[in-house]
Design a protein around this ligand. Structure first.
Ligand code: ATP
Ligand code: MG
Length: 428
């Protein structure tokens, strides 16, 4: 019996890698331009960390976590909690007043797998710790937008403010009063949530609940002066940075730790999995986790969803050739020369392929083609006697004779020069 991967856990095959690398390269480059530094975090953390930060009455903590109950440890469902745990543990605030950090890696949530929704998925996560200025929120959204733009993806940005400890309770009571009147019309999930976590009813996906909450009070009418000013400033800076957005007062996000600004990047091209990236401000959380009272804001993008969008694009990502030069060898002596040359070429930075199974020239050319090699150096016994080989340009099909010098370094230099020329002419 064949053993298959676990449902919701997916292999990222060599064919997928070009897209994954493009996403990571573009994002890493943009992080560098914004002075973010990378941090790498463990996949397992104490369960308590997630319960305390994400919130007990959230979908993630209630039903989506992979927990080893006997050991009280959990596979991280998101990155913010782990990043903050590390930030606090190592006192990172001491070295710089504002820490801009990013991390990339797998997250685990026990959800129903479907297109763009997996049980192991990957996030690119960015956090700015130590500043409460609205400029920081706007800059972070502008950075997310820059990533999507540079990947050539269309997305809309929706923003909201969830208020703070001062003003949210009054909104919560107004909402609870509103929901109380229509309990019978809510779905079962929302009936329960209307007492445990009433804000979550606002972003229920069920149409009947959506229709009902259309008339619910808006958080934006309940913001205290400080939160209202902060949110207006965020919008002002988004305008200043030419980032387009719409207000969505139904967006509450599935994690309890958010306050003030929340935002989502959305696409119309992935069905129900519309969110490509999301985040918000979480002033107070670091203190709640036992750290200093520092404000912070962050967001995470889902790499699988970005990758699906790039796959669907006609002018998406072209995979890099696996080798610049393929060495086809015919006979044992040719194989000796060819293999030595291949390894010397690689040491000098050339991408080089070779096949040792003694296949026919035709079969070796097929392999070269699959490798998308631009040049093939054919070494046969007869040519070898004359100190020659045949060089074939795979694009133009032209063949020329290549003189094999006894000095291997000279051969390498010459071949790499020809290969670089071929590459530039093909690119033009
Ligand atoms: P959704 O509403 O789609 O469940 P979410 O609000 O749970 O998303 P976040 O916790 O904000 O998502 O995570 C940020 C991003 O991570 C999402 O915008 C999405 O791109 C990605 N993501 C979240 N859960 C999954 C998943 N199960 N599979 C693939 N990507 C995911
Ligand atoms: Mg979710």
């Amino acid at each position: 019996m064949k053993i298959k991967a676990i449902n919701g856990f997916k292999d990222i095959l060599p064919e997928d890698i070009a897209i994954w690398r493009t996403i990571e390269t573009v994002c890493r480059d943009i992080f560098a331009r914004h002075a973010f530094r990378e941090i790498r975090l463990p996949i397992l953390e104490k369960t308590e960390l997630f319960a305390r930060s994400i919130g007990e009455a959230t979908d993630i903590v209630e039903k989506e976590m992979y927990t080893f109950t006997d050991k009280k440890i959990t596979m991280r469902p998101e990155a913010t909690a782990s990043l903050l745990r590390s930030f606090i543990e190592h006192g990172l605030h001491v070295s710089r007043p504002i820490q801009k950090l990013f991390t990339v890696g797998p997250m685990f949530r026990h959800e129903r797998p479907q297109k763009g929704r997996l049980r192991q998925f990957h996030q690119i996560d960015a956090e700015v710790i130590g500043g409460s200025e609205p400029q920081i929120d706007a800059e972070l959204m502008a950075m997310g937008q820059m990533m999507l733009n540079e990947l050539g993806l269309d997305a809309s940005l929706e923003i909201n403010s969830l208020g703070c400890r001062e003003c949210r309770p009054s909104f919560r009571s107004a909402l609870v009063a509103f929901l109380d009147k229509s309990q019978d019309k809510l779905c079962d999930n929302c009936k329960r949530r209307s007492t445990t976590n009433p804000l979550r009813v606002l972003d229920c996906k069920k149409q009947s609940c959506r229709d009902l909450v259309a008339d619910a009070p808006s958080i934006l009418d309940h913001l205290c002066d400080e939160c209202d000013t902060h949110f207006k400033q965020v919008q002002h800076y988004l305008d200043l940075f030419s980032v387009r957005y719409t207000l969505n007062h139904f967006m509450v996000r599935g994690l309890d730790y958010y306050c003030r600004t929340t935002f989502e990047f959305l696409t119309g091209d992935l069905g129900a999995q519309a969110a490509i990236g999301a985040g918000g401000r979480y002033d107070g959380l670091i203190e709640q986790l036992g750290g200093p009272p520092l404000p912070a804001v962050g967001f995470a993008m889902g790499i699988e969803r970005l990758s699906l969008l790039l796959q669907n694009k006609a002018d998406g990502v072209t995979p890099e050739p696996e080798s610049d030069i393929f060495i086809a060898v015919l006979g044992e002596r040719a194989e000796q020369t060819g293999s030595k040359l291949a390894n010397a070429l690689r040491a000098k930075g050339g991408r080089c392929g070779i096949d040792y199974s003694g296949r026919s020239l035709k079969a070796q050319m097929k392999i070269a083609n699959r490798n998308r090699a631009r040049l093939v150096l054919i070494i046969g016994e007869q040519e070898l006697d004359k100190g020659e080989a045949i060089l074939r340009d795979m694009q133009t099909q032209e063949q020329s004779s290549f003189t094999l010098k006894s000095n291997i370094a000279e051969n390498c230099t010459e071949l790499l020069k020809i290969s670089a020329n071929v590459l530039t002419t093909t690119e033009l």
